[in-house]
Ligand binder design. Structure first.
Ligand SMILES: [Zn+2]
Length: 216
């Protein structure tokens, strides 16, 4: 794969948090940890299609508990998919499932790199954290999604069961205004914002741990 893997708590998180960015890279994939109620699986499928992505991978958990077994399952997906970039939730997100997903993913990225656990371990290059309803105070990365904003809007429309909860159009409005705000910050029409978290490579599992070129 070598692209982007978004690991999210619920169907719709991928669209609101990083849908425009995923749509820029058609080989991106989505790993969704919960699907409650279960018919939202169909909505996730429609949303991924609207974003131009391959079918998503879904773990049918009821909620996200940072157990060793869930960390291992996520690490297995990372090793199988071999993404260069992983996107997930913020550790200060308002939603407990989102915070728990961050914990699981951070640990799974570490496990996936262990040569003692996996014959073909996978070293993820970058971890980006996205915003859903809790906004990032100072983004590190702003991705210009002007050309995929149409796809992001179409994916939002796939989530009929969620949209009807807010008949005044909260979801559509918030998604649009957020993309405009991030666009204003980055001199383009629409953007998505991320926190970039550095990945520690100080365990015993990495062949190359030193660099001779800081500017590379
Ligand atoms: Zn969510």
């Amino acid at each position: 794969m070598g692209g982007i893997l978004a690991v999210v708590s619920h169907p719709d998180d991928e669209t609101f948090g990083c849908g425009g960015t995923l749509a820029l890279h058609a080989d991106s994939r989505v790993l969704c940890l919960t699907c409650n109620p279960r018919d939202r699986k169909v909505e996730l499928k429609v949303a991924c299609k609207a974003l131009g992505l391959a079918e998503s991978i879904i773990f049918m958990e009821d909620n996200v508990v940072p157990s060793r077994s869930l960390i291992k399952r996520v690490a297995d997906v990372i090793v199988a998919e071999r993404p260069r970039i992983v996107v997930t939730h913020l550790p200060f997100d308002y939603h407990a499932d989102h915070r728990a997903t961050y914990e699981v993913v951070k640990e799974a990225i570490e496990w996936a790199s262990h040569t003692t656990t996996y014959e073909k371990s996978c070293l993820v290059e970058r971890l980006l954290l996205m915003e859903i309803n809790t906004l990032i105070p100072s983004p590190h990365v702003l991705v210009d999604i002007s050309e995929t904003m149409v796809r992001k809007r179409a994916a939002v429309e796939a989530y009929k069961t969620q949209l009807v909860k807010f008949s005044w159009g909260y979801y559509q409005n918030f998604s649009d205004k957020k993309a405009e705000l991030r666009g204003a910050q980055s001199n383009c029409a629409h953007a998505e914002a991320f926190v970039e978290e550095s990945l520690a490579k100080n365990g015993p599992f990495y062949e190359a741990k030193a660099t001779r070129n800081l500017l590379r």
